[in-house]
Design a protein around this ligand. Structure first.
Ligand code: BGC
Length: 805
């Protein structure tokens, strides 16, 4: 097994869901879980196909409440391919029917290989080898190639290749009480015997989805017979193939997918048939597909040398690119927290993009811009939400789907005790901070003033004015306060004994609001004047409102207790939890919220955090930025305060979100390299080892996947791009002797960085572009296109930084 392959042996029913998620193939337009081609949804398997941005709403009743949910739709299953040797049933991989299973995910080329020996009830053995791809070249195409070799028999093998629209969203057990049927069958058809199509429509959003499939024998004798069989929502093409012992026969299923959301089509059925018509055979598809992957890898390869961790890192980049490839630009889709790999969180878009966009901005800036435009297009909904809350500007939803309305559920099921409890997570207003941060971070990394002027500025300004409205002036203290919100730590949604949910003065929110307001003021200086004028007129942003931005940025309240920054006002009055007792009683206490709720208790009573909250400040801001903000506000800001605050929350965090390990790895890199590395490896292994208690089966954790790669680049590598200079401050943990990266910078594709104990090397590929300026260890070099710059290391350890301005 190389660092580019992931290999699995015999099916392990308990781990099959996670394997399916990790073997998902996708291209940013759609993705299909790595379920076996002959499986249907059951207790072990869950074939799922998800199209970026394709959602549908449904109404359910739970515990006497009517709830409406929007799901990323599980689209018709295009995989079905099975066979029959004339004895017994159609092949399934049920126990006893096959041996010698081997599944291999080749990440460098995006191909899923599978081999097994099928054995029917009469002892006929057939060796089967399959290759599957979801084309990265043509986002509307996927294919499975299957080679059959009769080992000890000759005779007729019937191959059944189907399209199945009778699927539902049923991949997450705790959602099964809720409505999950989103597809209505809208006809099917077939022509010359080897091509069939299936049309489905989503129930409420009326998205038409058409799959067309062509199944042919491409190596071996032509089929002796073929037939089309259709039922409501299902159509199959059966081919009778004469197998001769020892002579392999290859059958290819090539599939085209179009929906009514696509650009440049007349209607999905015509488009699917036309795409299929012009699509070549598997070999042709494979060539183009692997070339597309070579191009992607070239743009973002990260090399750390150690094979095991390198494999997981490759897996992370692989799944990130399969969810957010350059094709996402055509889809009007955001960053789904769990990829296009499963149904957890219903495919919704949270704040996780704050962990994802920095990587994309450095490697695939067009994709980062496409994702920011997903938010920009939803400004009207966010403005309406702000108005409903009595605010100006844009109030982005905690969970976003098709049209940008709030999709966060209002009831939450605790699987421990089966109780539905109120879910107040929509109070996480800080999602707007993540969007604003990404706008600025993207500008820093790319110097793209055109995008900032056209889209980013409007997003950031509207978010800033919403927060400015949320901040209330408190005369008693002469400070601004923000009441009734939640921070990133979802364990706390209110005060014990207070009926109204929400917390006051979440430090992360308050301090980041100051940061956002300062960036809004920067943007008003930066954007070229005609556009600035245009924006101010269009948004009705007058001088008084802008002056208020500055006032809030100088007088925001930040709570402190016991010599540390408080997570929110009153945090210091909460009780301490007996962590040792809970660990002893429950073992895994990452979901303390569920444990305490099942005990009729609540996290709101304790100083406990699910994930980094205050510490997010040290993740997103440099020490200088944070000190600068606290100084301007008139608060203490010594390095000791920061060290104490980090240690304080580290002791009180259960890491119930994979994002927490990413943040802690980053934050601890400042003074405790060993601890930082441990958290880095926790984040690295969260999906491959399914470390969050079985959640990988429901989709990968995209934020943590991107976060690990970003950690290497911007934290351990100390890479920051701003003011036209590429800054590098490498401080590699002992376990990481060297780090090599490829990135896009100032229009140069494939800039190669090599960081190691001896210093930094930067190689810029030949082109007609101007040189780039690189700073490392206090020295600056200008590296021309086609040249290499070297900057030797300095002995003193370097500081890591989040962003800078
Ligand atoms: C985390 C959130 C995150 C969400 C989706 C939750 O468990 O607490 O911060 O946005 O998962 O990944």
């Amino acid at each position: 097994m190389s660092a580019w392959t992931l290999v699995y042996g015999a099916t392990d029913p308990a781990r099959e869901g996670a394997r399916e998620a990790l073997c998902t193939l996708g291209n940013g337009y759609f993705a299909t879980r790595g379920a076996t081609a002959e499986s249907t949804a059951d207790a072990v398997h869950y074939p799922g196909t998800y199209i970026a941005g394709c959602y549908d709403r449904a109404v359910s009743t739970v515990s006497g409440h009517t709830v409406e949910n929007e799901d990323m739709v599980n689209a018709p299953n295009w995989l079905p391919l099975t066979f029959w040797t004339g004895a017994g049933e159609w092949f399934t991989d049920a126990e006893g029917q096959a041996t010698g299973h081997r599944t291999e995910l080749a990440m460098d080329e995006g191909v899923l290989h599978r081999t097994f020996l099928a054995c029917d009830g009469e002892g006929r053995e057939t060796l089967v080898h399959q290759r599957r791809l979801v084309s990265m070249d043509d986002p509307h195409v996927a294919a499975i190639e299957t080679t059959f070799e009769a080992r000890n028999w000759s005779g007729t093998l019937t191959v059944r290749s189907a399209l199945d629209g009778r699927v539902a969203n049923a991949g997450v057990p705790r959602y099964r009480a809720l409505a999950g049927r989103h597809l209505r069958a809208e006809g099917s058809g077939g022509d010359s015997g080897d091509t069939v199509w299936l049309r489905s429509v989503t129930e409420a959003s009326r998205v038409e989805i058409v799959f067309a499939a062509r199944t042919r024998v491409t190596s071996g004798p032509a089929p002796a017979a073929s037939a089309v069989d259709a039922r409501e929502g299902w159509i199959a093409c059966d081919l009778d193939v004469d197998l001769v012992q020892g002579r392999p026969v290859t059958v290819e299923k090539v599939v085209a997918l179009h929906t009514s959301r696509d650009n440049a089509i007349s209607d999905p059925l015509t488009a699917a048939c036309a795409t299929l018509e012009r699509t070549g055979d598997f070999a042709d598809l494979l060539g183009r597909h692997t070339a597309a992957w070579v191009h992607l890898w070239r743009a973002c390869a990260v090399d750390i040398g150690e094979e095991h961790d390198q494999r997981v890192l490759n897996l992370h980049v692989f799944h990130l690119l399969q969810t957010l490839s350059p094709h996402v630009g055509e889809s009007d889709a955001g960053v789904p927290a769990r990829g296009l790999h499963g149904e957890a969180y219903r495919g919704h878009v949270f704040w996780d993009e704050v962990f994802v966009l920095p990587f994309l901005s450095l490697h695939f800036p067009e994709t980062a811009r496409a994702l920011l435009r997903y938010r920009w297009r939803r400004l009207p909904q966010a403005r309406a939400a702000a108005r409903r809350a009595g605010l100006r500007g844009a109030l982005f939803p905690w969970q976003s789907g098709s049209d940008g309305r709030e999709e966060a559920q209002r009831l939450h099921l605790n699987p421990r005790d089966g109780r539905w409890t109120p879910d107040n997570s929509h109070l996480q207003r800080h999602v707007g901070i993540a969007i604003a941060y990404n706008v600025w971070q993207h500008y820093q990394a790319t110097d793209d003033i055109a995008f900032l002027s056209a889209y980013g500025a409007e997003l950031l300004l509207e978010i800033a004015r919403m927060f400015a409205g949320l901040a209330a002036y408190d005369e008693a203290t002469d400070r601004y306060v923000i009441r009734g919100v939640m921070g990133p730590d979802e364990y706390h949604d209110g005060y014990p004994g207070r009926e109204e949910p929400g917390l006051d003065d979440n430090a992360y929110t308050n301090i980041m609001v100051v940061w956002v307001l300062n960036r809004a003021l920067d943007i008003l200086r930066l954007v070229p004047s005609p556009r600035r004028q245009e924006l101010r007129e269009r948004l009705g942003l007058d001088a008084a409102e802008v002056a208020r931005f500055g006032d809030i940025a100088r007088r925001m309240h930040v709570p402190f207790h016991d010599g540390v920054i408080s997570q929110f006002a009153g945090y210091g009055d909460l009780a301490e939890l007996d962590w040792a007792a809970y660990r002893a009683a429950y073992g895994d206490i990452r979901r303390l919220d569920r444990i305490l709720e099942a005990e009729d208790d609540s996290c709101n009573r304790y100083r406990v955090s699910k994930q980094a909250d205050v510490l997010m400040l040290f993740y997103l801001l440099t020490d200088d930025e944070l000190s600068g903000i606290l100084h301007a506000l008139g608060y203490p800001h010594s390095p000791d305060l920061f060290t104490r605050t980090i240690a304080y929350y580290l002791d009180r965090t259960s890491h119930g979100s994979t994002l927490s390990a990413v943040v802690h790895a980053w934050v601890l890199a400042r003074d405790d390299c060993a601890a930082s590395w441990r958290f880095f490896r926790d984040a690295l292994h969260s999906d491959i080892e399914d470390a969050q208690g079985g959640t990988t089966a429901e989709g990968v954790h995209l934020g943590a996947m991107a976060g690990t790669v970003d950690l290497l680049t911007r934290c351990y590598g100390g890479l920051r791009a701003y003011n036209g200079v590429l800054h590098l401050a490498p401080s590699l943990p002992g376990e990481l002797p060297h780090l090599a990266l490829g990135l896009r910078y100032q229009g140069h594709h494939g800039v190669q960085l090599r960081l190691h104990g001896g210093g930094v090397e930067v190689a810029v590929p030949p082109s007609a572009l101007p040189p780039i300026t690189v700073e490392a260890n206090g020295r600056t070099v200008s590296v021309p296109a086609g040249g290499t710059g070297r900057l030797p290391s300095r002995d003193a350890p370097q500081r890591r930084n989040g962003s800078a301005h």
